[in-house]
Ligand binder design. Structure first.
Ligand SMILES: [Zn+2]
Length: 168
């Protein structure tokens, strides 16, 4: 079983394991028993996809912010879900992503590719699409922090932004 802090989105306050590319995957979280987040469209800057993979059975969903199903996510993981897994590994570290999703890696390796391939090989089912709306609204709430006046008080939810410079 996961401990309470691992189940909780509060775990997001940990600093990213490695810097992430926010333009590609602006929002990623391990919450609600899922890896979920928002992935930019490769072709249309005005469109984003809300993607998720559930812990345990790896049930996956991918749809646009307008709730249109992703054309690439019929039989298996689309490129958005692959990008989400890759960025989650940068954010949380591969071990933690694998543990949260309950991925048993046969060869003991845990890189993003191993996690993606192991989950995909289990022929995961389509997930519950109703999950997308709360994920997207949390993403919008995170964006709202960008409008806050500058402050030196720590904002725990800002931790998913990688530091751009050292604080003196
Ligand atoms: Zn997709």
């Amino acid at each position: 079983m996961l401990s309470a802090w691992e189940e909780s989105s509060v775990a997001r306050v940990l600093p990213p394991a490695r810097p992430r590319k926010l333009a590609k995957v602006p929002f990623v979280e391990l919450a609600d028993g899922r890896l979920q987040g928002v992935v930019s469209s490769g072709s249309d800057i005005g469109r984003v996809y809300v993607s998720s993979v559930a812990a345990g059975d790896f049930a996956f969903t991918c749809s646009t912010n307008n709730n249109r199903p992703c054309g690439g996510a019929h039989g298996g993981f689309c490129k958005h879900i692959e990008a989400l897994i890759g960025e989650a590994v940068l954010q949380y570290g591969a071990e933690r992503v694998a543990r949260y999703l309950r991925v048993e890696l046969a060869n003991g390796r845990s890189e993003a590719w191993d996690i993606t391939r192991t989950m995909g090989a289990s022929r995961p089912p389509q997930g519950d699409k109703t999950a997308a709306a709360p994920v997207f609204s949390r993403f919008l709430r995170h964006l709202a922090y960008l409008e806050l006046v500058p402050t030196t008080t720590p904002l725990p939810e800002m931790q998913w932004f990688p530091p751009t410079r050292a604080v003196a």
